[in-house]
Design a protein around this ligand. Structure first.
Ligand code: DOR
Length: 445
């Protein structure tokens, strides 16, 4: 009998919109064609998933892969290798490269570089600036664009729109959700003197919670005025969580594994490895972010994978750059939180696939459902592993979690039906493709 399915993922515990249960997944032409009990005789290939959980492919909607311009830290190939090694099937990459991704040409250049060189599927955020505010509506709809990203506080690179007028000009020209790095640049400038040479624990003193909250309040005001939808990246304070819960119709929320895991106490051991923007803060902020997650205020998890070399990180604070790797550790760190009882596996799935699908309107991804791309993150919830710098595929080759033992591990990354990573091995040549979005689907005749 001719086989019906190219491949069947068999015997795993599938977690999707129907709950958590043992089901087989049959794939034809890269898409999910059947879910249920499938006769193995109908399978061209069988992937044995017994003892494993099969999750919708994890979407990381905030990574910095540094290409073009800073390939000594990372490039699209190495960054995406880290993604698939860590169970991530799709990334949205950030525009603070050199040149900045702020025009049609720079976006098309990234897509050209990425197609079939990246290991996972991808979209690129386009930077909103004073110079391109009139064009953002066109830019946000280009093929492969995730939407517009604004930096209101300066971080790595030259993207910056600190003023209400500039932000309003952009928001009034967009119709897709706009991602924002929300720290009040004016307050950051005022407080620069509070940085203590050689002491990264002064980072959250300089870039304090007021800078984050004040900016988020300004932004929500502008969103209400313009009717725009905003996406607050890496929310880092308890106060913002409290504020946003009253303004959810305008603002969606990203939280990061690092803000849920570390506190300012960890600067003592991790030093500049822990330095990022917005900063890792006092324990009550971590608790407030968990509260926001438990209460449903948080919509997605993003890693803010922002690699810098260890040599750069070894410069004395504040000459050390802000950012840490994270795309490869997002799944194991969060599964460890699942095993510790801090969130359910269903909530993890909500944050890493259903959430991005809901916010960004991704076409054909984000669900284990018939007709969707067969993107799967296959995990062993019981497996204990110790995360080490030498496991990290990033060109920067380090992680703030070096030496941390976790329970729960990604054992398979499946993208459009192809096993890309299995048991820690890269099993398929790179075949990354740009995403399509519902709000920008090309019209066909
Ligand atoms: O710490 C950070 N590093 N925060 C950002 O917003 C940018 C990022 C980077 O690109 O290095």
């Amino acid at each position: 009998m001719a086989s019906t399915f190219d491949v069947v993922f068999r015997g795993g515990t599938v977690v999707n919109q129907d709950g958590t249960a043992g089901r087989d997944i049959g794939v034809i032409g890269g898409r999910i064609a059947e879910i249920g009990e499938i006769d193995p005789a109908r399978a061209g290939e069988i992937v044995d998933c017994r003892g494993l959980h099969v999750l919708p492919g994890v979407i990381d909607s905030q990574v910095h892969f540094r290409e073009p311009g800073a390939e000594h830290k990372e490039d699209l190939e190495t960054g995406s290798l880290g993604a698939v090694m860590g169970g991530v099937t799709t990334v949205f990459e950030m525009p603070n490269t050199t040149p900045l991704t702020v025009t049609r040409e720079t976006l098309e250049d990234k897509i050209r570089r990425a197609r079939h060189r990246m290991h996972c599927d991808f979209a690129f955020w386009v930077g909103g600036t004073h110079g391109n505010a009139e064009e953002v509506q066109e830019l946000e709809r280009l093929p492969g664009a995730a939407g517009i990203k604004i930096f209101m506080g300066a971080s790595t690179g030259d993207l910056l729109v600190p003023d209400d007028e500039g932000v309003e000009a952009i928001l009034s020209h967009t119709s897709r959700r706009v991602a924002v790095h929300s720290e009040d640049e004016y307050r950051l400038i005022e407080r620069k003197g509070l940085r203590v040479e050689g002491d990264p624990s002064s980072h959250p003193v300089w870039r304090d919670e007021v800078a984050a909250l004040r900016c988020t309040e300004r932004l929500v005001r502008i969103a209400r005025k313009t009717g725009a939808r905003i996406h607050l990246l890496h929310v880092s304070t308890a106060e913002e969580m409290d504020y946003i819960r009253a303004h959810k119709e305008y603002a969606s929320v990203e939280v990061t594994p690092q803000h849920l895991t570390f506190t300012a106490d960890d600067y003592a051991t991790l030093g500049t490895r822990l330095q990022m923007n917005p900063p890792i803060r006092a324990p009550h902020h971590r608790d407030g972010i968990w509260q926001g997650l438990w209460q449903g205020v948080a919509d997605v998890l993003g890693s803010d994978h922002a690699p810098h070399t260890l040599e750069e990180k070894a410069k004395p604070y504040p000459a050390s750059p802000s950012g840490m790797t994270g795309v490869q550790t997002l799944v194991p760190i969060m599964l460890d939180h699942v095993n510790a009882g801090r969130l359910s596996l269903e909530r993890f799935v909500d944050l890493t696939s259903a959430g991005p699908l809901r916010l960004f309107g991704i076409a054909g991804k984000g669900r284990i459902a018939v007709g969707y791309d067969a993107d799967l993150t296959i995990v062993d919830l019981k497996r204990r592993e110790t995360i080490r710098d030498n496991w990290i595929a990033s060109r920067s080759a380090w992680t703030p979690y070096d030496g941390k033992t976790v329970t729960g591990w990604p054992v398979g990354t499946v993208i459009r039906g192809r096993r890309v990573m299995w048991e820690g091995e890269l099993t398929t040549p790179s075949g990354g493709e740009p995403l399509r979005f519902l709000e920008a689907l090309p019209k066909s005749v």
